[in-house]
Write a protein that binds this ligand. Structure first.
Ligand code: DAH
Length: 315
C-alpha cells in the first residue's frame, strides 16, 4: 500500500494530467477525463482510509478495569508527604500532652475582642498597632498571634479550677502578620500558646515548663535565660531565650529568642470570669517555624509556604 505522502504526491501529479486534456483530439477527451476522474476518486478514498486508520492508532484505549497503579495509570504517581510544620506541630502538641496539658485548636479568623480587648489592650493604645494585623473588610482579624485563644481557653476550662484545681492548655495555631517577607519573616506562620492557672502558679513554674519543653524537643540539656519584655496581657512580661543546642553547632555563645511569656494580667483573668485574688496564671507563646528551622538547619522561612516539592519531599 502506498504511504500517505505518496498518495498526496500522486494526487498532485494527477492535476498535471488534467492539463493534457486540452491537447488531445476531441474524440478522445471524454474517455481520458473519465479515466482520470476514476483514478482521482480512488486516490482520495485511499487517503481518507489512511487518515482514519492513523487517527484510531493515536487514540490509546483506556482499560477502565485496570488497577490504579504506577504501571497502569496514565498519570505519574507520587506519594504525598505531611508538611514538615504539621509533623512538628503534632510533635510539639504531643510533648505538652505528656506534660499534662490539654491541646485545643485555634481559629484562622478572629475578632477585635479576642485579639485586643480580652487581652487587656486599652482602647486606642498604640500597642494595638504593634502586631501588623490584617483585617477583612467586614472587620474580622486573621489572628496575629495565638494569644487570641487565651480568653477561650480560660472560659472553656474554667470549671477545671473547681474539678482539678488548675487549667493547663496549649493551643498550636496558624497566625498572620502584614510583614515584608524575607528569609526570617513570613506573613503566615505558626505559634504555640500555653496557659496555666492555679491558686499558686509562679514564674518559676513557667520557666521550668518551657525549659522542659525545649529540652524534650531538642533531646538535650539546654541553658535558658529571660529578659524583661512588655505585653499588655502579662505582668511581669518576659522574653525567653535558649542557648543554641550543642548538637546543632552551638558553642555556648549563641542565644536564640524563642518567644514571650509572663504572669497572666489580673484583668485578663477577670474578663474571663476568674477571680485574680483567688487564682494566678502564667502564659507563653512562641514561634514554631523558628523551632523547626533550628532543628533541621533550614535557613529561609519562606520554604515552608513555598509549596516546593523538592523541599517538602525531604521530610
Ligand atoms: N503573643 C505574643 C507574640 O506573639 C507572645 C506572648 C507573650 C504570648 C507573652 C504569651 C505571653 O502568652 O504571655 O508576640
Amino acid at each position: 500500500m502506498s504511504s500517505l505522502e505518496e498518495l498526496k504526491l500522486e494526487l498532485k501529479n494527477l492535476g498535471q494530467e488534467y492539463a493534457k486534456i486540452k491537447t488531445l483530439p476531441e474524440s478522445e477527451r471524454k474517455a481520458f477525463g473519465e479515466k482520470l476522474n476514476a483514478k482521482k476518486s480512488s486516490i482520495l478514498n485511499a487517503i481518507r482510509e489512511q487518515e482514519e486508520a492513523a487517527e484510531s492508532i493515536n487514540i490509546e484505549p483506556i482499560d477502565l478495569t485496570a488497577p490504579f497503579g504506577e504501571n497502569t495509570s496514565p498519570f505519574k504517581l507520587t506519594r504525598g508527604t505531611k508538611h514538615p510544620l504539621s509533623i512538628e506541630l503534632d510533635h510539639v502538641a504531643e510533648i505538652y500532652r505528656q506534660m499534662g496539658f490539654s491541646v485545643i485548636e485555634d481559629r484562622q479568623l478572629d475578632d477585635e475582642f479576642h485579639m485586643f480587648d480580652s487581652l487587656n489592650f486599652p482602647a486606642g493604645h498604640p500597642a494595638r498597632d504593634g502586631y501588623d494585623t490584617f483585617r477583612t473588610s467586614e472587620g474580622f482579624i486573621p489572628p496575629a498571634h495565638t494569644s487570641t485563644m487565651q480568653y477561650r481557653a480560660l472560659t472553656r476550662f474554667r470549671d477545671h479550677l473547681d474539678k482539678y484545681g488548675q487549667i493547663a492548655v496549649v493551643i498550636p495555631g496558624r497566625v498572620f502578620r502584614n510583614e515584608d517577607v524575607d528569609a526570617t519573616h513570613e506573613h503566615t506562620f505558626y505559634q504555640c500558646e500555653g496557659v496555666f492557672v492555679s491558686k499558686d502558679a509562679t514564674l518559676g513554674q513557667l520557666l521550668a515548663t518551657w525549659q522542659k519543653f525545649f529540652e524534650t524537643y531538642y533531646g538535650q540539656k539546654l541553658n535558658i535565660k529571660t529578659q524583661p519584655g512588655f505585653f499588655p496581657f502579662t505582668e511581669p512580661s518576659l522574653e525567653f531565650q535558649i542557648e543554641k543546642p550543642k548538637s546543632l553547632g552551638g558553642k555556648g555563645d549563641g542565644w536564640l529568642e524563642m518567644g514571650g511569656c509572663g504572669m497572666i494580667h489580673p484583668n485578663v483573668l477577670k474578663t474571663a470570669g476568674i477571680d485574680p485574688e483567688a487564682y494566678k496564671g502564667f502564659a507563653w507563646g512562641g514561634g514554631i517555624d523558628r523551632l523547626v528551622m533550628l532543628k533541621y538547619g533550614i535557613n529561609d522561612v519562606r520554604y515552608f509556604e513555598s509549596g516546593k516539592l523538592e523541599f517538602l519531599e525531604e521530610f
